[in-house]
Write a protein that binds this ligand. Structure first.
Ligand code: KG4
Ligand code: ZN
Length: 353
């Protein structure tokens, strides 16, 4: 029970990921197959297409994770798999694969909550991170402020009332005509470095709502209008744009990023104040999810936590975006407290979802 070797499988959205992690925190292997090409072509995730893409690569991705770890399935202690939230067609591909592996090799199976995994992976990289702690989870589909009291015991302090920040980054990238092959966020972050963040006056969302909720739909609209009013030729790829066109795009990217992140800063300040009243012993703010790989986001939130003498814990970018390591690790944490299912029957033709 002490030394576990767990396979983690993640297929909730557009990445097919698998990893093998040991209970001491050692990452034995990590494989991610991205559908970024599909995304770029269609400008978003289409569930049916994403499901097919997962089905095509899942066996190969898991095999590669096992091989790269220098193991065989017989060396595994358990299989962890994301069971939600996410696109149900896509989740099924991962769950079916997990059940096949667990059934064939008589392994217990651990169902993992995707957002819990984004938060808990911080405990793999920062051994000092103990419960309770505060977590800001920012991705393409979610925007959550969560007070983690203990494993499996969370209080949601805030969520988005419309879009998540990652969605706003992705749309901004698309409307600015940026290269979407690696998802929009990194492209906006890169272009923003050339721009003047004060040049376009976007207003900060929900200024008058004194709570910890988020809203990004209005900011998205503001960006769309700003692009339209500047007559940017977004059909022209950035690499072919005139230098003036390029600099207006950069100004919009920088101004958008600044205000999008100001909204996070404000909400985090309030959440820290709330959290310290409920759990005065918290010492950490975890920031995870795809958008947490943004360096500007990290730098600004680091300033926020310093005011309260807290420590920012941000996993490295490849553990912030969707990955199998966070699923395997969350599986390990749950396994330790007895939260797992017995092995499914071998060669079970049933689909339990
Ligand atoms: O956690 P994740 O990989 O998938 C979801 O669960 O949604 O997050 C993906 C999101 C996308 O919206 C992507 O544009 C955003 O994270 N993202 C970024 C950056 N890298 C990824 N946003 C801003 N800056 C980045 N560097
Ligand atoms: Zn995610």
């Amino acid at each position: 029970n002490d030394d576990l070797v767990v396979l983690g499988i993640e297929t909730s959205c557009d990445d097919t990921a698998a990893a093998i992690v040991r209970s001491n925190g050692e990452i034995l292997s990590q494989v991610v197959s991205s559908q970024a090409d599909l995304l770029a072509r269609y400008g978003g995730v289409a569930p049916k297409m994403a499901e097919e893409a997962h089905s095509q690569v899942i066996d190969q991705v898991v095999q590669e994770a096992v091989d790269k770890a220098g193991l065989t399935e017989r060396d595994l202690s358990a299989v962890a798999v994301t069971i939600g939230p996410g696109l149900s067609l896509c989740l099924r591909v991962g769950v079916q694969k997990a059940r096949r592996v667990a059934g064939s090799f008589n392994l217990p199976i651990i169902g993992v909550h995707h957002m819990e995994a984004h938060a808990l992976v911080a405990r793999l990289i920062e051994k000092e991170l103990r419960f309770p702690f505060l977590a800001l989870l920012i991705s393409g589909g979610h925007n959550l402020l969560v007070l983690a009291h203990d494993l499996g015991h969370y209080t949601q302090l805030g969520t988005t009332i419309d879009d998540a920040i990652g969605e706003a980054f992705d749309k901004t990238a698309k409307w600015l005509g940026l290269d979407m092959r690696k998802s929009g966020g990194p492209a906006v972050e890169k272009l923003a470095q050339e721009g003047d963040a004060e040049s376009v006056r976007f207003s900060i969302p929900m200024k008058h709502h004194k709570d910890c909720n988020f809203s990004y739909a209005g900011l998205k609209t503001q960006v769309k209008l700003a692009i339209a009013s500047r007559n940017i030729a977004a059909k022209v790829p950035l690499s072919c744009a005139s230098s003036q066109d390029r600099s207006s795009r950069a100004d919009i990217a920088a101004s958008f990023q600044r205000v999008a992140v100001l909204h996070l800063e404000e909400r985090c300040e309030r959440a820290v104040e709330w959290a310290l009243k409920i759990e005065p012993s918290i010492k950490h703010l975890v920031v995870s999810g795809g958008v947490a790989s943004n360096q500007y986001v990290r730098a600004r939130l680091d300033q926020v936590v310093k005011k309260y003498s807290l420590q920012l814990v941000c996993p490295p970018p490849n553990l912030c975006t969707d990955n199998g390591v966070m699923v395997a690790w969350t599986g390990i944490e749950n396994f330790h407290v007895g939260r797992y299912d017995p092995p499914p029957p071998a060669n079970d033709p049933e689909d339990f979802m």
